[in-house]
Unconditional design. Structure first.
Ligand code: CP
Length: 325
């Protein structure tokens, strides 16, 4: 693997998932693979799970890890080509990235969208600038439009659950996976929803439904292949997995139109499901997106999901390390 920016960088999702699950069973199986290699984890935005799980994954592979919070400790970076830097930005990415490329063997970057300029965000110009100027493999820790380490984790978690208690059942039916929009008090990126849709579609082993209120359509380049409905109750019928996430509007970019609290998942709304397992990438606004009862129920996978972030990151880093000279 040369980089990890989206599902398009993965040859075979199932093989990568098996690799991750093998690391879960034996975390130190490849503890020498990353010897004398160093990874930089660069955060332009906050993180709990991504930061810590990726650090653990790299250390399990024997890598040295340096984490740098650009947003708090670094110079404010400029990403515009030919910018006249007379404003707030202090250092251009074309100066900073080659230096990072000389310090590290792999560079991992988190950079959220600004949710103001759709064209700019959806061009993924920040991560593309790091790829262009760093000269080493780049891993996404969540970018303007996608969160592939989260989505790989989500497929790992679904496949793991199917192995424990096959939702496909005796009839061999495919699991029904529902991605449902949930209310939130702030406009959030579409990254997790885009990425989940992209990965579940690419995986192709599920009946996949997306439920959201009108005006919350996602970019069809990620959702194409899914059934899309504005009726959450209908979507939840016989669901095996329910993935809950808020996102802001895509068409009229970055807005909150309708925050209908009836879209919050509760034990009542989940009655129609097939005892569905509940997923969320976290952090979650309790009793806004999901009720306490749902989050604290035995069907909630949120902690398992977050702990599986280590194995997803380890599988990806191992694939990149194998191709490093
Ligand atoms: N799910 C996720 O990416 O969590 P963090 O923002 O805490 O890294």
């Amino acid at each position: 693997m040369k980089q990890f920016i989206s599902v398009e960088d993965v040859k075979d999702i199932n093989v990568l998932v098996e690799k991750a699950l093998s690391y879960k069973a034996n975390p130190f199986a490849d503890k020498h693979l990353g010897a004398n290699k160093r990874i930089g984890l660069l955060f332009l935005n906050p993180s709990l799970r991504t930061r810590i799980s990726t650090q653990i994954a790299a250390e399990n592979l024997g890598m040295q890890v340096i984490t740098f919070n650009v947003d708090k400790d670094g110079w404010k970076l400029e990403f515009e080509e030919e910018a006249i830097m007379s404003g707030a930005t202090v250092e251009h990415v074309k100066d900073a990235a080659p230096i990072l490329g000389s310090y590290f063997d792999i560079l991992a970057v988190r950079s959220f969208p600004n949710l103001i300029n759709k064209e700019e965000d959806y061009s993924e110009h920040v991560i593309k600038q790091f790829i262009k100027y760093a000269g080493i493999p780049v891993v996404s820790l969540e970018t303007s439009t996608l969160h592939p380490l989260q989505s790989l984790t989500d497929v790992i978690t679904i496949k793991e659950q199917m192995a424990f208690a096959p939702t496909a059942g005796e009839s061999g039916r495919r699991p029904r996976i529902v991605l449902t929009w949930a209310p939130h008090i702030k406009p959030l990126p579409q990254c997790v929803a885009n990425s989940f849709a992209q990965w579940i579609n690419a995986w192709g082993e599920a009946e996949f439904v997306i439920a959201h209120p009108e005006d919350y359509e996602l970019d069809v380049k990620f959702t194409k292949g899914a059934t899309i409905t504005h009726n959450q109750r209908e979507a939840l019928q016989e669901a095996d997995f329910v993935y809950v996430k808020n996102w802001s509007t895509y068409k009229d970019y970055g807005k909150i139109y309708n925050n209908d609290p009836s879209w919050m998942l509760t034990p009542e709304t989940l009655k129609a499901t097939n005892h569905a397992k509940i997923m969320h990438c976290l952090p979650v606004r309790r009793n806004v997106e999901l009720s306490d009862e749902v989050l604290d129920s035995e069907n909630s996978l949120v902690t398992t999901e977050a702990s599986n972030r280590v194995w997803a990151a380890q599988a990806v880093l191992s694939e990149i390390l194998k191709e490093l000279k």
